[in-house]
Design a protein around this ligand. Structure first.
Ligand code: ADP
Ligand code: MG
Length: 150
């Protein structure tokens, strides 16, 4: 099922809908080319979670940790592009990728899909030639039973 996201706000809204469903310990992997809207989607997830700090591209820091807000779930926002799939690098930096009280969201998640467990939500984002973004949600494991948009 493909979801059309003509405007940035639509991508934010999809992120919010996903954010409403996430539980502590969850993993969300985002794929799609540069400019597809991965970071924008994370902004929506962060808005739903009401975590602290502003979401921005984590490209230069590998990962950003957002402390929990009123929902009690933090957000670990990772850019796996420069990691090249080497998740151990994050552990070396003291970033907990198996946190029980945070959701982990990974841009360029295809690089690390085989490094985490079987339960994750994969979101494929693409940018059509007419500039409309299209999202496809691919739930794995426990995510299959969650109500999701589309
Ligand atoms: N429908 C849309 N959804 C998401 N971003 C959009 C959309 N339309 C335009 N944009 C713009 O595209 C860019 C997406 O950037 P970003 O989320 O950083 O992409 P990525 O993280 O995938 O590289 C932003 O500048 C945003 O304003
Ligand atoms: Mg990004």
């Amino acid at each position: 099922m493909k979801l059309e996201l003509p405007r940035q706000d639509d991508t934010i809204a999809l992120g919010r809908a996903i954010g409403e469903q996430v539980r502590a310990g969850d993993l969300v992997l985002l794929t799609g080319p540069l400019g597809a809207g991965k970071t924008v989607l994370v902004k929506g997830i962060a808005a739903a979670l009401e975590v602290h700090g502003r979401v921005s591209s984590p490209t230069f820091v590998l990962a950003r940790v957002h402390e929990p807000g009123p929902r009690g779930i933090g957000l670990v926002h990772i850019d796996a592009y420069r990691l090249g799939g080497d998740v151990d690098q994050l552990e070396d930096l003291g970033i907990d990728t198996a946190s029980d009280d945070s959701v982990v969201v990974v841009e360029w998640g295809e690089f690390v899909a085989d490094r985490f467990g079987p339960d994750y939500l994969l979101v494929r984002l693409e940018r059509r030639p007419d500039d409309v973004r299209v999202a496809e949600l691919e739930p794995h494991g426990a995510w299959v039973d969650r109500p999701l948009p589309g």
